[in-house]
Design a binder for this molecule. Structure first.
Ligand code: GCO
Ligand code: MN
Length: 388
C-alpha cells in the first residue's frame, strides 16, 4: 500500500499470529500461499508497527518440541520483540487441533484427556508469562457436542469450571500477572458449543472461585454467526467491567465462520463498535482475528487494511460525535424532561415507592413525543458515506 500508514503503536492493535500464519487452506481445498513460521509471523507484524501479537502455544512451539528447541524458539521470538518493538499481548492454548481433543478438552468424558488439556494449558500459561503476555484466552473450540444425549451439559460446564479454577489457582501460585479471558462462540467446529455468547461467559465467570481473574474477549464474527447484535455483544462485558480484549473481524450473518477483515461486511456496524470502544475509553488491545482471502499471495495487505479500516472508522466516530445536527437530535431524544421525578427511580426506598405510587402519568401524552429515529439513522449513514 502506497498510502502513509494511519496507525501507530499507541493504537494498541494486535493480531493473532495465527491470522497471518493462515495459508489459505479450507475444508475443501489445500493451502494457497506459503506457510509462515511463528517467529516470521511475529516479525512481519512487528515490522508493520503492530503493537502486539496473540498466540497459541503451538503457533510458536509445535507439540512434541524438545525443551532445548523450545527455549531456542523463545529466544528468537524475544529477539524479534526487542528489535521490532512488538509485544506479546495474549497467549492461549490450542485445545482443538490435535485429534486427542476430538470430543473436547476441559469437557472431555475422559479424565486423562482433561488432565492432558489442563497440563497443556499450564505449559501455555508459562510460555505466555515468559513472553510477558498479560491476558490468557480460553476459546473452547472443541467444548461442545453434536449428540447432546451423550454429554450432559450440566456436567460439561462443571468440568469446564474445574479446569478454570485449577488454572486460576496455578496463576496465583506462580505469581503471574495475568487475567483470563473467555472467548465465546456458538458453533463451529462443534455443532453447538458451550459458552456461546458473552452473556453465557459472564454468567459462568461469576461462578468461578476467582471471578475477578477472568473477563471476556467477544468476537464480532462469532456472535453474528448466531444472527445476534455485535454492538450488544461487546457492550455487555464492557458494562460489566469485564472486557479484557476483543477480536475484531467481519461476518455475514448465519453462515460458516468467514473470518473476514474488520469492516468488510457491514461498515455501519463496525463504526458503532469503534464508537462504543472509543466513547467508553476502552484501554485494552484491539486484536484482529480474521484471515486473508484465500486468493491472497501473502498476508500483508490484509494486515494493513484491518488497521486502516479501524483508523478511518475512528475518524468517522469523531465526526459523528461532533456533528451538530446529530448531537442536537440525540440530545432531544435522550434529554427528556424529568422535572418532578427527582431521584425516585434511582433507588428503592419505601418513601420513593410511596412517591411513585402517588404520581400521575398520562400515557397517551407521553406517547406523543417524537422520536426522530429515521433522521438520526439517516444522518449516521450520511456521515459514513462522506456527505456534508
Ligand atoms: C476461531 C477463534 C480462534 C480463537 C483463537 C484464540 O473461531 O477460530 O476465533 O481464532 O480466537 O483460538 O483463542
Ligand atoms: Mn477469535
Amino acid at each position: 500500500m502506497a498510502r502513509k500508514a494511519l496507525w501507530k503503536r499507541s493504537d494498541k492493535f494486535a493480531f493473532g499470529a495465527w491470522t497471518v500464519m493462515n495459508a489459505g487452506g479450507d475444508p475443501f481445498g489445500e493451502a494457497t500461499r506459503p506457510q509462515l513460521s511463528g517467529p516470521d509471523a511475529v516479525r512481519g507484524l512487528g515490522e508493520r508497527d503492530v503493537y502486539g501479537f496473540e498466540f497459541h502455544d503451538n503457533d510458536l512451539v509445535p507439540i512434541g518440541t524438545p525443551p532445548r528447541r523450545r527455549d531456542a524458539i523463545l529466544r528468537e521470538v524475544r529477539k524479534i520483540m526487542g528489535s521490532t518493538g512488538i509485544k506479546a499481548t495474549a497467549g492461549t492454548t490450542n485445545l482443538f487441533s490435535h485429534r486427542v481433543f476430538k470430543d473436547g478438552a476441559f469437557t472431555s468424558h475422559d479424565p486423562k484427556v482433561r488432565a492432558y488439556a489442563v497440563q497443556k494449558a499450564m505449559a501455555g500459561i508459562d510460555l505466555a508469562a515468559e513472553l510477558g503476555a498479560g491476558v490468557y484466552i480460553f476459546w473452547g473450540g472443541r467444548e461442545g457436542a453434536e449428540v447432546d444425549v451423550a454429554k450432559d451439559p450440566v456436567e460439561a460446564l462443571k468440568r469446564f469450571r474445574e479446569a478454570m479454577n485449577f488454572l486460576c489457582a496455578y496463576v496465583l501460585d506462580q505469581g503471574y500477572k495475568m487475567v483470563f479471558s473467555i472467548e465465546p462462540k456458538p458453533n463451529e467446529p462443534r455443532s453447538d458449543m458451550y459458552l456461546a455468547t458473552a452473556g453465557h461467559a459472564l454468567a459462568f465467570i461469576a461462578t468461578l472461585d476467582h471471578p475477578d481473574m477472568a473477563g471476556v474477549n467477544p468476537e464480532l464474527a462469532h456472535v453474528k454467526m448466531a444472527g445476534l447484535n455485535v454492538v450488544h455483544e461487546v457492550a455487555q462485558p464492557l458494562e460489566a467491567g469485564k472486557l479484557v480484549d476483543i477480536h475484531l473481524n467481519a461476518q455475514k450473518p448465519l453462515r460458516f465462520d468467514q473470518d473476514m477483515s474488520f469492516g468488510a461486511d457491514n461498515p455501519k456496524e463496525a463504526l458503532l463498535v469503534v464508537k462504543l470502544l472509543s466513547d467508553y475509553g476502552y484501554a485494552g488491545t484491539k486484536a484482529f482475528d480474521c484471515h486473508p482471502y484465500r486468493t491472497e499471495a501473502d498476508p500483508w495487505d490484509f494486515v494493513e487494511r484491518n488497521m486502516t479500516a479501524y483508523k478511518l472508522l475512528e475518524a468517522k466516530v469523531d465526526r459523528v460525535n461532533s456533528d451538530a445536527r446529530l448531537v442536537a437530535m440525540l440530545e432531544e431524544l435522550t434529554g427528556a424532561d424529568d422535572a418532578g421525578l427527582g431521584d425516585v427511580l434511582l433507588s428503592y426506598s419505601r418513601k420513593n415507592a410511596a412517591k411513585l405510587r402517588g404520581m400521575k402519568f398520562d400515557p397517551a401524552k407521553l406517547a406523543e413525543r417524537r422520536l426522530l429515529y429515521e433522521r438520526i439513522d439517516q444522518r449516521l449513514t450520511e456521515i459514513l458515506l462522506g456527505a456534508e
